[in-house]
Design a protein. Structure first.
Length: 155
């Protein structure tokens, strides 16, 4: 197990114990958590999202792999995975182009770990799914179209 991971588990356990005992308020226990970027989750396009995350543009990259079904029978639960082979990957973001808010998920990647994430997202309709990777404070993107069928007929 990675030493940073062990330290995180240990510190989280201490904070949880203190909060449970009433010695530490919930606000103080979570004060060290990374701030939620509300502006990024309210964006409507890829370019707006990259700007809200602190970048200017995202370059296409063949070192990013998106694992998602070509056809999703249920848009409420679409499994998506992203793997980045870009050195020094800091963050991985998943965007859905035609959703009301394009940013669906964001993951921080600790230094020295493999940049491989998986989650389930909700898609309202057939759309492009973008995987945006931040590495060395530069942004890279890969795109895959996922078709969402109505009624679960698969066609």
């Amino acid at each position: 197990m990675n030493q940073d991971r062990r330290e995180f588990v240990r510190v989280s356990g201490v904070f949880a114990l203190l909060a449970t005992a009433g010695l530490l308020g919930a606000d103080e226990a979570f004060a060290q958590q990374q701030a939620w970027n509300k502006a990024a989750f309210e964006t409507k396009s890829l370019d707006e999202t990259v700007k809200a995350l602190g970048g200017t543009t995202a370059a296409q990259s063949g070192d990013i792999t998106i694992t998602a079904p070509d056809i999703a029978e249920n848009g409420a639960v679409v499994p998506v995975g992203v793997t980045s082979k870009i050195p020094n990957t800091q963050n991985v973001y998943i965007l859905v182009e035609k959703n009301p808010n394009s940013l669906a998920a964001g993951f921080g990647i600790p230094a020295g770990t493999e940049a491989n994430v998986a989650t389930r997202i909700k898609m309202g309709q057939t759309s492009n799914v973008h995987a945006v990777v931040k590495a060395d404070n530069k942004f890279y993107v890969a795109t895959k179209e996922v078709k969402v069928t109505l009624g679960g007929c698969g066609g």
